[in-house]
Design a protein around this ligand. Structure first.
Ligand code: DQA
Length: 155
């Protein structure tokens, strides 16, 4: 098949959406003993560096609003992104809408957490995101994102 015969959705198949949910804009300040001292910008820089090595482009976003995350999952599908790394923050544990959005798209979604929710409060043990995601990386701090990107590069 020639390039021109490829479906539109393949045009951006080197782009990885990295979607971050509520309170992650405060990384670096927020409970550093749990989440570390790196900011979301620091993590974006790490991902861009690793992405360059892997031939992947990073589209990093953050919102405190559930619907934005739903819209961005739909957008990942519409533009033919290769994958989504999703740290949905607390919406991980509450959002049927995110669960349904992940199920609704064909783009593989990898659940990412800085901390390991299973070692924390009981209300963090259930994940609506994880039930729908292709896989989960948790507990490695900022490196959870890098491990997830490495996994995506092998899909
Ligand atoms: C988190 C874990 C969630 O339980 C929490 O609500 C967050 C951050 C993490 O990255 O460890 O906001 O997703």
């Amino acid at each position: 098949m020639t390039d021109t015969a490829q479906p539109h959705s393949d045009l951006q198949d080197t782009t990885v959406f990295v979607l971050n949910g509520p309170n992650l804009n405060l990384l670096g300040l927020r409970e550093p003993t749990i989440y570390g001292s790196q900011t979301l910008d620091d993590i974006a820089g790490m991902l861009e560096d690793r992405g360059q090595e892997l031939g992947l482009e990073i589209d990093m976003r953050q919102s405190n609003h559930e619907g934005h995350l739903v819209d961005w999952l739909h957008e990942a599908q519409a533009v033919g992104a290769k994958a989504v790394l999703l740290n949905a923050g607390a919406y991980t544990h509450t959002s049927v809408a995110l669960h349904d959005a992940i199920k609704a798209i064909k783009v593989p979604v990898i659940e990412v957490h800085l901390s390991n929710p299973h070692t924390r409060e009981a209300f963090r043990h259930h994940s609506y995101v994880g039930m729908a995601a292709k896989g989960t990386v948790a507990g490695f701090g900022a490196n959870s994102y890098i491990v997830a990107l490495d996994a995506v590069s092998r899909l």
